[in-house]
Ligand binder design. Sequence first.
Ligand SMILES: NC(=O)c1ccc[n+]([C@@H]2O[C@H](COP(=O)([O-])OP(=O)(O)OC[C@H]3O[C@@H](n4cnc5c(N)ncnc54)[C@H](OP(=O)(O)O)[C@@H]3O)[C@@H](O)[C@H]2O)c1
Length: 286
Amino acid sequence: MYLRQIGDTKVSSIGLGGMPMSIEGRPEESRATATIHAALDSGVTLFDTADAYHIGADEVGHNETLIARALASYGADTSQVLVATKGGHLRPGDGTWTLNGTPDYLRRACEASLRRLNVDAIELYQFHRPDPAVPYEDSIGALRDLLDEGKIRMAGISNADIDQIRTAQQILGDRLVSVQNQFSPAFRSSEPELQLCDQLGIAFLPWSPLGGIKNAADLATTYRAFGDVADEVGATAHQVTLAWMLAKSPVVIPIPGSSRPETIRASAEAVDLRLTPVQVARLDQP
Ligand SMILES: NC(=O)c1ccc[n+]([C@@H]2O[C@H](COP(=O)([O-])OP(=O)(O)OC[C@H]3O[C@@H](n4cnc5c(N)ncnc54)[C@H](OP(=O)(O)O)[C@@H]3O)[C@@H](O)[C@H]2O)c1
């Protein structure tokens, strides 16, 4: 597995997104555990989760708990694994997603994630989504305090625009190590944030890189260029999508979601795919 850098830590250049294993449509725990173990078998060392990946109001942190349990039951060394979680997004249990970016709330959320992940410090804690009701500086200030107290080792932001990335960098300095934004063949408007991360040497983690849980199956037919290049190189459109992202910049680390061992194995294989500059240019066309 090829490695990339998040802050001072090397991780697999493709991570596993945990959301499909914990929200609506999720599999039985045994299949989710098998998926996480398949990721580890394939050399994946980055796991992206969030306290908000759950369904009912009484099961906050479902995905964090699932990942912690699966790591514990793996039966081999997992010391190289980086679990990146997030706080600031909530699911009240009625299917909606809400926000709370107040420093008080973020502190409580982080402390609960620490307990669920069963660690002394969270390796990478990401502010999930800006809360328009709270000045961005205040939410990022909460991350700074958590870093200062050693509750989190590195900080990231998600769903951030250019100004917010610069604000977070001013407040956190080089302790801001990642930006997680939506980026896929279907959603390309965060290319400026990707390019800024490339300039700043901050990891850029594309979320829903395959178009999201509902649309991933249609990738090859909806985005014909990806299907065509897949036929040329003997891979799937999903693998070509991940290889295309990896080719954009060494700071890019896609986090495709999976709920089956087969799909994370296939995604991990995409690190070996090399696209020509001409193929990349074709895929770059919207
Ligand atoms: N920061 C944020 O606001 C935010 C928002 C959304 C998501 N995320 C993160 O980003 C991760 C990825 O996004 P996502 O899960 O929404 O969407 P996604 O990665 O675009 O698509 C996930 C779906 O793609 C399928 N898939 C995965 N690898 C495949 C492969 N190699 N070939 C064919 N199909 C494949 C999976 O199917 P199976 O289920 O059948 O395995 C899964 O249901 C999430 O899990 C989460 O960690 C973050």
